[in-house]
Each structure stands twice: as structure tokens, then as C-alpha cells.
Design a protein around this ligand. Sequence first.
Ligand code: TLP
Length: 343
Amino acid sequence: MDLIDLRSDTVTKPDAEMRRAMAEAEVGDDVFSEDPTVNRLEEEAAAAVGMEAALFVPSGTMGNQIALHLHARPGGEVICDARCHIVNYEIGGMAALSGLLPRALPSPDGLLDPAAVEAAIAPDVSYRARTVLIEVENSHMMAGGTVNDRPHLEAILAVARRHRLPVHFDGARVFNAAAALGVSVASLAAGFDSLNFCLSKGLGAPVGSLLCGSRAFITEGRRVRKMLGGGMRQAGILAAAGLIALRKGPAQLPEDHENAARLARALAGMKGIDLDPASVRTNIVIFRLTPELCGGSAMEFLVRAKEVGVLAVPMSQEKVRFITHRDVSRGQIEEAIERVARL
Ligand code: TLP
């Protein structure tokens, strides 16, 4: 039985065009900034998000961690949503690598409330840690791929400007957010001090993310990337696939979103699954199990789903995540629905 892999959009494999481009890529030593393919990717990425410069990094985690390291002094607080990736999935990196504390604010849908952000900024007194950064994630992974629209982002940027705080944008899936909203990535990124986006998720590249910002910020970022062991030498091999992902990947995303919506509608009608299909805006479907199905246990559900050939990941004891992507067709989504229904 063929497995339908809905664990993440990171599981996509490079297609024939990408593999050809990788084989033929012009390369050089990127630590000397001499890899023409990496340089082209960085230029195109910066242009796509409307920022001055970009830095090719091995992962979204490294891009975010470089940004945190550069924006903030040790001992400072980073205001972010409680379910953001930098707090929950980056292995404590902000504390371990940069000495930062998260000031994590709960929200129902992953969208920071601008008033709550303002209220969380520490007063400028000698006996409080300084607030040093605000971080926004869009689309928001743990909240189920929810999207922050421009008016909402504007309100947060206005708070940041009033308090002279930098703002980092974790845009691992910002192309999904832009596709869902029908706007450009650049229009969402405007006004942010830095943005990281991933080529290795919905866009379909095998490896890589781009940290974007001002030219001075990226020049410094290059040093931090080297410090973290991310100086990749002849990385043009990877950047060649990344260029194709950047140029062609966005066009695929509306189809992934339709597949996620279809999956969500079907799952919402099944006994034992608690899911509001209207909350699914991009390629992420997260649902809660109720005791009627697998005793409400995500781990039990995952074992049984694997037995029928469907792969997913747990988000908590009782929550499961499916992500649609370019390597899963509409036909396979219909097949996955039938298989889950059997449970
Ligand atoms: N997320 C992965 C896992 O780490 C959970 C996934 O499968 O969704 N920001 C956001 C919002 C992300 O979702 C991810 C990856 C990253 C950053 C980090 O990217 P990588 O995996 O390239 O370090």
C-alpha cells in the first residue's frame, strides 16, 4: 500500500527540473560570497519580499535564530505568541544561543492582539528586563495555518514603532499566507525589520530558507550564520533548486489550500474529530480527537492511521496535524479521506 504522507510540507522531494538544475548549477565558495547561484537566489529572494538583501541559510530555524541573535541583547524579552515556532520548536535556541526570554502571549488563533502586545512591553525601569523585540509568525503553524492580514500586521507594527522596537517576521510559510489573502509577500513584509521564509516547505525545495532584511543586517547575519556553522561553501547545488522553488512554487499553493479545505470538510463530518473547517485557510489542518475515536489519543490515532497508509504528526496529546503539499494530489487526498473514515 502506498503511504500518503501528510506529516509536513517539508517532505516534498525535488522534482526532475530541480534535480537537473542542481546537477548543472554554477557554483563557487559561498563563504567568500562567490557562488553565483546562491547570489542570484539571494537577490531574487530579497526582491520577492521587497527587502534590500537576503541570506541563504540551511533551515528556517537558523534564519530565525540569526535574526533573534542580531536584534536583541542577552537578558531581553521577546514578545511573541505563545504557540509560535521560535518558542515551541526551536529547542530553546533563543535562550541557549542568545540569552533571550520569551514573553509569550496566549491567543486563540495565533494572531497577536496589538493591545496585549503594547501592555506586555516592559516599563523602562532599572529592575525589569528590557523588551527587545516583537515576533510575528504568518502563516501561524500551531494555530492551524491561520493568517495575519495587513491591517492586523499594521496595528502591531504601529505598536512597535511607538516603542522603537524591532519586529521579526517568521514567514516560514509566508507565501501560503500571501496566497490565502490574495496579496504579495512584499505587501505583508513591508515595515518589518527582518523576515525569514522557507523554500523547503510548500515551495518544494529540498533544503533552505532565506533571511531577509536591510543590507547592514544581512552583512552581520552572514557572520552569525558562519558562527552557527551554516557557511555552506558550494551551496549553489542547493540554491539552484531553491531558485525553481521561488519562481514556480507559489503558483502551486492555491491547489494545496483547496486540498486542505477539502480534507478539513471531510474530517469535520467524521465522528470523533473536532474541527471547524472554516478555520482552515492555508495548507495546515489541525484537529482535536474526542474520546469516540482512539480514546481521544493522538498517538493512538497516528498508529492506526499509519496502518491504513496515512501519515500525520501529533500536535499535543489530543491534537493531530495534516499538511497538504505538492507531492500529494487531489486523488490522494480523496484516498486519505476514505482511509481515515475506515478508522
Ligand atoms: N516547522 C516544521 C516543524 O519544525 C514543526 C513543520 O513541519 O511545520 N517557522 C515555522 C512557522 C515552521 O513551521 C518551521 C518548521 C520553521 C520555522 C523552521 O523551519 P526548519 O524546519 O527549516 O528549521
